[in-house]
Design a protein around this ligand. Structure first.
Ligand SMILES: Cc1cc2nc3c(=O)[nH]c(=O)nc-3n(C[C@H](O)[C@H](O)[C@H](O)COP(=O)(O)OP(=O)(O)OC[C@H]3O[C@@H](n4cnc5c(N)ncnc54)[C@H](O)[C@@H]3O)c2cc1C
Length: 310
């Protein structure tokens, strides 16, 4: 039994989500191989070979694989799929774009968003916005799986010494082409990889106030900034900062929620955080039910005071 992990990378380095997916792959049993499908991606392939627990890296390099276009990456995965019992993707935007294509072409049921490997054919996954855990068993010959990265520790990024094998790159599917990208640049840690996150909600009232109140706290703590959907929908914070069921799933060491009520769709994205601090002026706010530390206060006073005290 051999398990294939599809690496998330930027051609030069491996993204953190790949490390958690390797841990899930190791739990399935058997050897773990990692596919690096990219262009001029020798750097990413070398980094993948360093990951502890990886037996082999398969490197496919072609211009059509430069930007992770789903049609091309799926074709590349399918070209080698026959060698594997399990094919694992991180449940990121990239992984979720490719995995269903692979599952459909293999005529198997995708197993989505697993948080635990019970046995090689049985997995746990959250349902109903995380309010229940389903145990699913698959009898498909190839298990195509997306992995909720917060459910698994990251494998060590160094210490491994996997062999690297070059695979013939599949031809450009010609179904899509890369036009351009606008990537938000930030000195802050990436939301899904951050150890500390400070999140603001609708209570902030405007983009100006959101920035004025939340940014100093994030700066003091070296934290990433998150937001509730209400804050994002109102334009206080950009879309990629949304935490929750329809945003990002995070599990930092410390999550500070300011002016967020704690709707189940928000909790679905952050309730696995190690320590949760809630600041809310309503003692009945549901966020307090998951908080380790709750401060019933006006955030416009409490947050600046906290910044001063830090
Ligand atoms: C299908 C679906 C998917 C969704 N996905 C998401 C998701 O991914 N993420 C998400 O966040 N939501 C999501 N939602 C929306 C969710 O249901 C809530 O509407 C949203 O989370 C509310 O955001 P909020 O807590 O900022 O605002 P509110 O619920 O309006 O809460 C604001 C809170 O701030 C407090 N407050 C007000 N003024 C102050 C003050 N001065 N100081 C301190 N506290 C104050 C209030 O007491 C209140 O608790 C989804 C909803 C649906 C239906």
């Amino acid at each position: 039994m051999t398990v294939l992990v599809i690496a998330e990378h930027d051609n030069a380095s491996i993204k953190g989500a790949t490390l958690n997916t390797v841990t899930a792959a190791a739990a399935c049993g058997g050897d773990v191989h990692v596919l690096v499908a990219g262009h001029n991606a020798a750097g990413a392939a070398a980094a993948a070979a360093q990951i502890a627990g990886v037996a082999k890296v398969i490197h496919a390099d072609a211009a059509g694989l430069a930007h992770g276009l789903a049609e091309n990456v799926a074709a590349q995965v399918l070209a080698i799929a026959g060698n594997y019992s399990h094919i694992l993707f991180p449940a990121t935007a990239g992984g979720k774009n490719v995995a269903p294509r692979v599952a459909a072409k293999l005529d198997v049921a995708q197993i989505s968003d697993i948080t635990k490997v019970v046995s090689p054919d049985t997995f746990e996954r959250p349902i109903y916005a995380g309010n229940a855990i389903a145990t699913v068993q698959s009898q498909d010959a190839t298990k195509v799986i997306t992995v909720r990265t917060t459910g698994f520790d990251a494998a060590a990024a160094s210490g491994g010494s996997a062999a690297t094998e070059t695979a013939t790159a599949t031809a450009d599917a010609g179904k899509s082409s890369f036009v351009g990208s606008e990537i938000a640049k930030s000195d802050r840690p990436e939301l899904t990889a951050a150890k500390i996150i400070v999140s603001g909600g609708r209570a902030l009232g405007s983009k100006e106030k959101f920035d004025e109140v939340m940014t100093p706290l994030a700066d003091k703590l070296g934290a990433a900034i998150g937001a509730s959907r209400a804050a994002v929908d109102a334009g206080y914070a950009p879309n990629d900062l949304q935490v929750g069921q329809t945003g990002k799933i995070v599990a930092p060491q410390l999550y500070v929620a300011a002016g967020i009520s704690g709707a189940i769709q928000h909790l679905a994205g952050m309730k696995d955080s190690k320590v949760i601090v809630a600041i809310n002026k309503d003692a009945e706010a549901p966020i307090f039910s998951v908080a380790d530390y709750g401060l019933e206060a006006d955030l416009f006073t409490a947050v600046p005071e906290l910044v001063k005290a830090l």
